[in-house]
Design a protein around this ligand. Structure first.
Ligand SMILES: [Zn+2]
Length: 131
């Protein structure tokens, strides 16, 4: 069996859609995302401030953005799931395992976002004064 050495194909960042325009677009939406108001284009959940996030490209037209996504939701495994579902084929065991790991990561992310939100609410609440 012929195996290509070196593993992943190298694509320069501009060709992959991650060039200067990408950087600018990312900078433009960063304040919105960091405010915690953005929702993930992949899972639909809010993106908690401080959570790693990506600008999410259209899988078909790489020059278009569909929004912002949790980094964990925007991984190649996540994209493979979408592609597999669009093609109506079954996942390979490796893909299924990757997806289970991603789902676990999402739940962790959601859990910690909830914890942080609760801590923020408590920090903002005026402390009771005793006179
Ligand atoms: Zn997500």
């Amino acid at each position: 069996m012929a195996t290509r050495r070196g593993g992943r194909r190298r694509i320069n960042t501009t060709a992959a859609g991650y060039g200067h325009q990408h950087q600018q677009a990312r900078r433009a939406v960063a304040p919105f995302v960091e405010s915690g108001a953005a929702r993930c284009s992949r899972c639909g959940r809010p993106i908690a401030p401080g959570t790693p996030w990506h600008l999410d490209h259209d899988d078909v037209d790489r020059s278009r953005y569909v929004g912002v996504a949790h980094a964990v939701c925007n991984t190649s495994a996540g994209a493979r799931k979408g592609n597999a579902m669009r093609r109506q084929r079954r996942l390979t065991p490796m893909e299924a395992a990757e997806l289970a790991a991603i789902e676990y990561g999402r739940r962790e992310t959601a859990y910690w976002a909830e914890v942080e939100a609760r801590q923020r609410r408590e920090a903002e609440r005026p402390s009771p004064r005793i006179y």
